[in-house]
Design a protein around this ligand. Structure first.
Ligand code: TMP
Length: 210
């Protein structure tokens, strides 16, 4: 089988941490250097996965059983990996993905209490073991970032923003705890300015692509 030679860069963190703004800035920067770059997101990133996203991000917080919810995120991811991520990696492209596997471990595993061994086995199977080369973890106090997110999403009303504050604190602590577990993780202080964060992100990216 042809080897996967591209790069997968993921952005992770809680709600309203600024990761979508930063993934777009990184995309614009890389786009000015190469045409072989893709900006995508999860849940979503292709037609069927965006349809599943709508089922997940809208409605009442208790609408899904947590295991069902994990399966829906993994179903969306499977379509995304098969249709977008894997083909792009095979073509040597750089993929910037706003959320990926670590979000499921955080939100469904830690936040909603789904068995992490089950989630790990499922994840390996549906991603065909495709792990990011770099993962930026956006860290900020959820008391601040949730206010930011709720203001931004006034009309769209993201379901996850309605989970209580302890849910979001647990997620923050989990994301932070990943930092020393693998060298792919880089901690970003999301209380810094947009420009400062962008520069911090460029350093490891430039080391990786040079
Ligand atoms: P976004 O608003 O950052 O685009 O993400 C949509 C929501 O989906 C976000 O609140 C986190 C949640 N989510 C999960 O619960 N599990 C997952 O695996 C992913 C990718 C996202």
């Amino acid at each position: 089988m042809k080897s996967l030679q591209g790069l997968l860069i993921t952005f992770e963190g809680g709600e309203g941490t600024g990761k979508s703004t930063q993934s777009k800035l990184l995309y614009d920067y890389l786009k000015s250097k190469t045409t072989d770059v893709i900006l995508t997101r999860e849940p979503g990133g292709c037609t069927e996965s965006e349809n599943i996203r709508n089922l997940l991000v809208k409605g009442n917080i208790n609408k899904w059983d947590p295991i069902t919810e994990s399966l829906l995120h993994n179903a969306a991811r499977r379509e995304h990996v098969k249709n977008i991520i894997k083909p792009a990696l095979l073509k040597n492209k750089i993929i910037i993905c706003d959320r990926y596997i670590d979000s499921t471990m955080a939100y469904q595993g830690i936040g909603q209490g789904v068995n992490s061994n089950f989630l790990n086995i499922l994840s390996k199977e549906i991603t065909e073991n495709i792990v990011p080369n770099i993962t930026f973890i956006f860290d900020i106090d959820p008391d601040i970032s949730l206010k930011r997110a709720k203001k931004r999403d006034k009309n769209t009303n993201n379901r996850y923003e309605n989970f209580d504050i302890s849910f979001h604190r647990n997620i923050r602590n989990y994301f932070k705890s990943l930092i020393n577990t693998n060298k792919r993780y880089i901690l970003i202080d999301a209380s810094n300015s947009i420009e400062e964060i962008h520069l911090k992100i460029l350093k490891p990216i430039n080391d990786l692509i040079k």
